[in-house]
Design a protein around this ligand. Structure first.
Ligand SMILES: C[S@@+](CC[C@H](N)C(=O)[O-])C[C@H]1O[C@@H](n2cnc3c(N)ncnc32)[C@H](O)[C@@H]1O
Length: 246
């Protein structure tokens, strides 16, 4: 880690929107917003790891007040510089422990970002922190990949997750530690750029147990934002846990 911005420091922030361009496609973003608007109802939304506002900005444009928690000042600065960004409050800190004022009807953690917490203790703390911010009946939504261990041949540790003409991504698994390191390589202006970051993967059932420890229970699990069914073949899940009203 180069500074207290974590892995998404200035070098990454400056190119984040461009390198994640496919995730900014309205075909990807709109279903996320539709579901979050519905879950927010008349309340407020809390985004953990708000980044450059890929989801927060269009959600706020749909009339939902959004607040974010974000470790990286460099990422938050990109959000603030965008139209409408100045109206979104961002608290700089670790979303496993950072608290903000008020309560929320929905909290959400998308794009695999729960995996950025690299210990079980930190992931459990995150669920507890979210529960402390939800109003009764409020929801916590996570979008994260299902661990791809079925694709990992015995004895191997590396899986390619992206291969194209100028960009390559490799996940390096450490099965004993339930960890993986994602290695990104990209040719930018004729030079090879490299970025590696550590993650902790968790099965849906382990996340359900974390929710239970935090006093929440599973309400829904889909394989996508359009409520596609979650099956044995699903590569990711969108899970919704709720804080009971009593
Ligand atoms: C993959 S990006 C996702 C950003 C945004 N949510 C999106 O969907 O485009 C992950 C973001 O989470 C932030 N992040 C990672 N770990 C964090 C932590 N422990 N506390 C706060 N922010 C964190 C990173 O700085 C980065 O901005």
């Amino acid at each position: 880690m180069e500074n207290n911005d974590g892995y998404f420091d200035e070098r990454i922030a400056v190119r984040y929107d461009e390198s994640a361009a496919e995730m900014f496609d309205p075909a990807v973003v709109d279903p996320v917003i539709d579901l979050l608007v519905e879950l927010a109802g008349n309340g407020r939304a809390l985004e953990l790891g708000i980044g450059t506002g890929r989801i927060a900005l269009p959600l706020a444009q749909r009339g939902v007040p959004v607040h974010g928690i974000e470790l990286s000042k460099a990422m938050a600065a990109r959000l603030r510089a965008k139209p409408g960004g100045e109206q979104i409050g961002v608290t700089i800190g670790d979303f496993a422990t950072t608290t903000v004022d008020g309560t929320f009807s929905v909290a959400y953690l998308v794009f695999n970002t729960i995996m950025n917490l690299t210990t079980q203790a930190a992931q459990v703390a995150c669920f507890r922190n979210v529960a402390a911010h939800l109003e009764p009946g409020g929801c916590f939504v996570i979008e994260v990949g299902v661990p791809e261990l079925q694709r990992l041949p015995p004895g191997e540790t590396i899986l390619a997750f992206h291969v194209s003409e100028a960009r390559w991504g490799l996940d390096e698994y450490d099965v004993m530690r339930q960890g993986l390191t994602s290695h990104h390589f990209e040719i930018v202006d004729g030079r090879l750029e490299r970025f590696s970051a550590p993650f902790r993967y968790a099965w849906p059932a382990e996340l359900d147990l974390m929710a239970q420890l935090a006093g929440m229970r599973l309400r829904e699990r889909w394989s996508g934002w359009k409520r596609e069914p979650f099956t044995s073949d699903s590569r990711k899940h969108v899970s919704v846990w709720e804080l009971p009203t009593v």
